[in-house]
Design a protein around this ligand. Structure first.
Ligand code: B12
Ligand code: SF4
Length: 454
């Protein structure tokens, strides 16, 4: 029997100019369990080992040594982990091993990595993984084509019935290793678990690569199937809080209502992400009654003209309404904004920023635009030569009116300074101490958080 290991590689060190744009780094303390890999393991009949190198932080040589014990090594991750995956794969292939590369980045950017992995896997893996391993010496039989040194499935694999899958294998991780700042919204509740209830996205925002990854196909689990997993987690891990970190948790209204009605019995608190146009009075009330304590909205801009240009499909009126509904029902709100679209200039950025501050959100986060392949925005940036900085195909762009450096300065002046202090402070103190301060000195915590809000 072949020995198999799945690896979530560590993030790569990014050049200095990226640092003001993103909080991703090799020493990030905030991440979530890699549910995709745990799903694969949970649905395979084989013995599969697992390493999350964002948590283990093995040095390259050490990890090489460990992985040399296996016959097949599969790498997952986003484009931000590609460097370690590629380096390890090259070493392993040289030493006669077989490597796989899968996940959203492999699905969409497979051409960039030809020849660097034995197999490049596009799409979801649960239904095909064992079958492919059974045919490892005859991959053409199971949908793969040999191109430039790698086997690739040109037709993306999809799972039609998510309810038919087994749950992700959480025995491979220690839940306590994974935390996000969003967990603070749930107070001092522990443990908090992650559940994936849907995949893909039917929308088509100008800046997002989801369309290319998921082909606008949206699949979701039934409320009762999700309840089974929650029951299982409650019994085995004592789960008390849930974070639904997925693009479209609230998109299907009927399912959301069923979910709220059923999850009540578990007496859990939970938070999710949402689009403002999917919420109404009845739904928000039900969500609050069933334990929802916070919602993060992808808002991007507080200006109708910008929202239209980026194809977000929402209006400022809808944004205000959703925030008000949440506030009325005791649900904390967070909003994520983007700064520096290709059409932006200094005035539009300042205007958008000032308008965003008027929204009645409890917390806001601002991301300086960077672009990963491939979205409509990414293509425009390349075609118009706005790719001032580029690293591993990740672009820190200029706008048509501001160079990347000018935009960085503006972003830093408007937003980043305080959030950098906050992040630095959090890192120095450590998550546990922050939680301790929060519970022992709530007023101090509240004032400090307010002051450090952008
Ligand atoms: C949850 C999530 C997060 C979480 C957890 C990420 C994680 N480490 O798993 C958090 C909040 C930490 C996060 C952060 C970021 N994320 Co994120 N995130 C998502 C999100 C919304 C869902 C991912 C998920 O759980 N999917 C459900 C699981 C079941 O599916 P899956 O992971 O795709 O896995 C399946 C297949 O892909 C395949 N597969 C996966 N790995 C492998 C490996 C092998 C060997 C094989 C054979 C198959 C295979 O099989 C799995 C089962 O079917 C996606 C959007 C999306 N809908 O995909 C973005 C997404 C993955 N994130 C993205 C990005 C860019 C980021 C950030 C860089 C953003 C930022 N600026 O901070 C960071 C850094 C990520 C990191 N290093 O941890 C991009 C990646 C784009 C790219 N080209 O790589 C996505 C696709 C969003 C987008 N539309 O652009 N993210
Ligand atoms: S930004 Fe969100 S809603 Fe828009 S396409 Fe991407 S995942 Fe879908």
């Amino acid at each position: 029997m072949k020995r198999i290991c799945l690896v979530y590689p560590n993030g790569m060190a990014l050049p200095g100019y990226f640092r003001c744009a993103t909080n991703i780094s090799t020493d990030t303390i905030e991440t979530l369990p890699p549910m995709g890999l745990l799903y694969i393991i949970g649905n395979s009949r084989r013995q599969i080992d697992f390493i999350d190198n964002r948590i283990r932080k093995y040095a390259f040589e050490q990890l090489c040594q460990i992985l040399m014990q296996y016959d097949i090594v599969g790498f997952g991750g986003t484009i931000f982990e590609i460097k370690e995956a590629r380096r390890l794969s090259t070493h392993l292939i040289k030493n006669g091993k077989t490597t796989f590369y899968g996940g959203p980045n492999a699905t969409v950017n497979w051409r960039l990595y030809l020849g660097q992995f034995s197999v490049i896997w596009r799409g979801e893996a649960e239904l095909m993984f064992d079958k492919v391993l059974d045919n490892i010496d005859n991959l053409e039989q199971v949908g793969f084509t040999r191109i430039a040194g790698s086997h690739v499935n040109l037709e993306t694999f999809r799972v039609k019935e998510l309810d038919s899958l087994s749950f992700p294998d959480r025995t491979k991780i220690k839940l306590d290793d994974y935390r996000r700042q969003e967990f603070h919204f749930l107070g001092n509740i522990e443990p908090i678990d992650i559940v994936v209830t849907s995949r893909g996205c039917p929308f088509d925002c100008y800046f997002c690569s989801s369309r290319v990854i998921w082909d606008r196909k949206y699949t979701y689990r039934s409320a009762s199937n999700v309840m089974e997993e929650i029951r299982f987690m409650k019994e085995t891990h004592g789960t008390r809080g849930l974070y639904f970190r997925e693009d479209n948790f609230t998109t299907n209204r009927r399912r959301l209502i069923e979910f709220c009605e059923q999850v009540k019995d578990f007496k859990l608190v939970w938070l999710c992400e949402s689009r403002v146009d999917t919420l109404d009075e009845e739904v928000v009330r039900l969500m609050a009654d069933s334990g929802c304590r916070a919602i993060w909205f992808g808002i991007e801009a507080a200006d109708d003209a910008v929202l239209k240009k980026i194809g977000k499909g929402i209006t400022v009126e809808q944004i205000r309404r959703a925030i008000d509904l949440c506030n009325e029902n005791g649900i904390t709100t967070g909003g994520a904004f983007m700064i520096g679209f290709p059409f932006d200039d200094k005035e539009s950025i300042i205007k958008n920023y000032q308008s965003s501050k008027k929204l009645n959100l409890a917390t806001r986060s601002y991301n300086r635009v960077w672009a990963v392949p491939v979205s409509q925005m990414y293509n425009e940036i390349i075609n118009e030569g706005l790719d001032d900085y580029s690293f591993e195909n990740i672009i820190l762009p200029a706008t048509r009116n501001l160079s990347a450096d000018e935009l960085n300065k503006l972003y830093y002046r408007l937003i980043s300074r305080k959030s950098m202090i906050r992040r630095f402070g959090l890192k120095m103190l450590g998550q546990k101490n922050v939680r301790c301060i929060k519970s022992k000195f709530p007023s101090f915590y509240k004032i400090a958080s307010r002051l450090l809000q952008s």
